[in-house]
Design a protein around this ligand. Structure first.
Ligand code: S3P
Length: 434
């Protein structure tokens, strides 16, 4: 049996430097999919060549799309048009990626052939009825396996719906909007809270008419997508680990160039600032319809906070990091309204709680969140349960523990942040992997 990968971090707070982080995962998935459905050749700069997005790339190839990734800095997608996909010879393996699977399901619902979507052990446990239900209402035949993947899709000619989503989920919203490209008329999605709007923005970049705002997004089908250039910004979800290290630093802090600061993603910056973090945003610009800037974090004295409910969906992927930072802050942090964390790459509430307890932190678990009492982090061993964001969260806060921290099961860091260890070493984190 091969040994599971691990990361070991020695304490040390001498962190500083200026870096770029890998491309945005959400935007990279969407650029590939919309490029595939467009007419003409789409050029993607700054693509995240992490395992999740590569799974989407392979799936699109299996559906007959030619994608040249010989130069990872510039991906060329030969669009086949809205109706140009071909049936795949076998099941489409989306690896660890919920985004890849759910968004592609929306596209495949509009095809005139059958498809099967599957994934790794973690993805096979994630809920898929949340996309299957609205896609069935649009006319597709969809079977899930006890509510999870494998998902079997018999695509049909679709009709538009008005969908009131019961969950605040950009993946659900996007699956319905992508299916809406194939429906004859206006498909509307109403959300219970604001979620990331990359699909809406990128559809506009590809020339599709989209309305969005006030928790409502709508698209008019049948649509025509026109190939374009997409410049993918650095992923704020990856940048968050670097910013956290800058806040915990006792040196000069850190600065990151070309990071996406889409307002539907910046919950983590707002939460960090509420905790007392000294974060600055400079040189803002717009690239491919997305706001981008240089973001820096200086050494800060972090305080516990009660996290406002409206920031939870805007920081959903960064909450494991916030849990870990709360353990190093002064005072108590309370996070509620985050039940969705139980349906991510792992049950992020349960796994974070058991790992924080293992490091001597006082934690109370709620069905939808936690209460964490901050203080001095002990050393020890934690298990990320194969969840990339949990692994990276502990790697960063280990810099202020009393003893080294070993993080087990860290292979999946490559799903979103392939060079995490090297980049953090360049900033001074005393981290190694094995
Ligand atoms: C994503 C949406 C979020 C997020 C995920 C990426 C996307 O998931 O957690 O990492 O790209 O649309 P949900 O839609 O399940 O909240």
């Amino acid at each position: 049996m091969s040994e599971v990968a691990k990361i070991i971090v020695q304490p040390g707070r001498n962190i500083s430097g200026c870096v770029r982080v890998p491309g945005d995962k959400s935007i990279s998935h969407r650029a590939l999919m919309l490029g595939a459905l467009a007419e003409g050749q789409t050029l993607i700069y700054g693509f995240l060549a992490g395992e999740d997005c590569l799974a989407t790339l392979c799936a699109l190839r299996a559906l007959g799309v030619q994608i040249d990734d010989s130069d990872r800095k510039l991906i060329k997608v030969a669009g086949v048009g809205l109706k140009g996909l071909r049936p795949s010879a076998g099941p489409l393996d989306m690896g660890n990626s919920g985004t890849g699977l759910r968004l592609l399901a929306g596209v495949l619902a509009g095809q005139s052939f059958n498809s099967e979507l599957t994934g790794d052990e973690s993805l096979l446990k994630r809920p898929m009825e949340r996309i299957a239900k609205p896609l069935r209402r649009m006319g597709a035949e969809i079977e899930t396996t006890d509510g999870c993947p494998p998902v079997h899709i018999r695509g049909e000619s679709l009709h538009p719906i008005v969908f009131q989503s019961p969950v605040a989920s950009a993946q659900v919203k996007s699956a319905v909007l992508l299916a809406g490209l194939y429906a004859d008329g206006t498909t509307r999605v109403q959300e219970p809270a604001v979620t990331r709007d990359h699909t809406e923005r990128m559809l506009q970049t590809f020339g599709v008419q989209v309305q969005s705002g006030d928790l409502l997004s709508e698209v008019k089908g049948p649509a025509k997508l026109t190939a374009c250039e997409v410049h993918v910004p650095g992923d704020l979800s990856s940048a968050a680990f670097v910013l956290a290290a800058g806040c915990l630093s006792q040196s000069d802090g850190v600065s990151i160039e070309s990071v996406g600061i889409n307002p539907t993603r910046i919950g983590v910056i707002e939460i960090l600032r509420l905790m007392g973090a000294d974060i600055n945003i400079e040189a803002p610009s717009i690239e491919s319809g997305e706001p981008v800037a240089t973001v820096s974090a200086l050494p800060s004295s972090l305080q516990g906070v009660v996290i406002p409910a409206e920031l939870v969906p805007l920081a959903i992927d960064e909450l494991p990091l916030i849990f870990a930072l709360a353990a190093c802050a002064e005072g108590e942090t309370i996070i509620r309204g985050a039940e969705e964390l139980r349906h991510k790459e792992s049950d992020r509430i349960a796994i974070m709680v058991s790992n924080l307890l293992a490091l001597g932190v006082e934690v109370e678990e709620f069905p939808d969140g936690v209460r964490i009492v901050g203080g001095q982090l002990q050393g020890g061993t934690v298990n990320s349960a194969g969840d990339h964001r949990i692994a990276m969260a502990f790697a960063v806060v280990a810099m202020c523990a009393t003893q080294p921290i070993t993080i087990l099961d860290t292979d999946n860091v490559a799903t979103s942040f392939p060079d995490f260890v090297t980049l953090m070493q360049s900033l001074g984190l005393r981290v190694t992997d094995a």
